[in-house]
Design a protein around this ligand. Structure first.
Ligand SMILES: Nc1ncnc2c1ncn2[C@@H]1O[C@H](COP(=O)(O)OP(=O)(O)OP(=O)(O)O)[C@@H](O)[C@H]1O
Length: 308
């Protein structure tokens, strides 16, 4: 369990992390979200012990990170932003080096390397210098070094940044397969990544926590949750009748041929009555669907409020 209490980080007069409180339990896969400069990397660096807090406390399994850093660091795997590694080493040399630093010797060291190479699928590039690898393989090498000691806590700073869709999928699958009894904290700018991989979403803005809940709760707090969106064939017709339908509270024009109909919360779904109206009016539509919620919409409103 990670307990973060009143965590503050100042750089001169600038407050990058501003009184953060957070508890993360085993089994939590936390998507750590926030705009550029929100304080995500700084927080992650403090949890991994790379950066000392200005004030506040981080406890890992009840132990203070400030008082027992070496003991605690053994429990943590960290993939820093951009996954830096020693570029002129081959993948195998680098993994031997990391395994040694982590205190493994002889047979156990070789077994750890073999396991991690299989898990992250590095077999085909083992003898290539890291600097010559594609971004996707570099990121996998970064992941391999982060998990070689089978840590209880995995901190991944933008693990899929810059990867192509196939590589993103592979890295996400890997994270999901890892995480049964572990704590995983992933910072990302990709909101869909949170619904794909995480069971908890934490959003920070200006160093402060502005949301903490499940990805579903995040979607449900969107103004578009349960809205019915209609895509018309061509430009939208006169839709004044829509506003008069029972339960409709608002019509939001998304573009020249798309509208979202927002209903009162007491209405579970507006879909049947909007469908009837579409037929009655003879409107030509391309598609009509219930929205689960727009993550970018929630993200913008939460992080703008804080910035304002
Ligand atoms: N060593 C430092 N010295 C001064 N300011 C710093 C330092 N490290 C970070 N900052 C500032 O602290 C703020 C938070 O930075 P941080 O890297 O934690 O943000 P982030 O949420 O990870 O952003 P991004 O999504 O862009 O990676 C930024 O304004 C950054 O410029």
């Amino acid at each position: 369990m990670i307990q973060i209490k009143s965590l503050i980080k100042r750089f001169g007069d600038f407050v990058a992390v501003d009184g953060l409180q957070l508890e993360v339990k085993p089994g939590d896969i936390v998507g750590f979200l926030g705009p550029n400069g929100a304080g995500k990397s700084t927080t992650m660096k403090m949890i991994t012990g790379f950066l000392p807090p200005s004030s506040g406390e981080i406890l890992i399994d009840g132990e203070s990170l400030a008082k027992a850093p070496i003991n605690i660091k053994k429990k943590i795997g960290y993939l820093p932003e951009g996954a830096p590694a020693y570029a002129d080493m081959t993948v195998l040399q680098f993994l031997h080096f990391i395994a040694q630093v982590r205190g493994f010797k002889g047979k156990e060291k070789n077994q750890r390397i073999k396991d991690v190479v299989e898990k992250v699928e590095l077999q085909q590039v083992l003898n290539r210098p890291i600097e010559n690898l594609s971004k996707g393989f570099k990121r996998r090498v970064g992941l391999a070094q982060a998990i070689i000691h089978d840590p209880l806590i995995l901190i991944l700073d933008e693990p899929t940044d810059g990867l192509d869709p196939n590589q993103k999928h592979q890295v996400r699958k890997l994270i999901q397969n890892l995480s049964k009894d572990k704590i995983v904290i992933i910072s990302t700018h990709i909101l869909e990544e949170v619904t794909a991989v995480c069971n908890r979403a934490v959003i920070i803005a200006n160093g402060k926590k502005v949301f903490d809940g499940t990805p579903k709760e995040l979607q449900q707090s969107s103004q578009f949750h349960n809205a019915v969106t209609i895509e018309f064939e061509g430009d939208k017709p006169d839709i004044s009748q829509l506003k008069l339908a029972p339960g409709v509270t608002e019509i939001i024009e998304r573009d020249s041929h798309t509208v979202s109909v927002i209903g009162h919360e007491s209405y579970e779904s507006l879909f049947p009555q909007i469908m009837d109206l579409v037929h009655l009016q003879g409107w030509h539509i391309k598609a009509m669907y219930n929205e689960v919620g727009q993550l970018d919409d929630v993200f913008r409103s939460l992080t703008k409020e804080e910035a304002a």
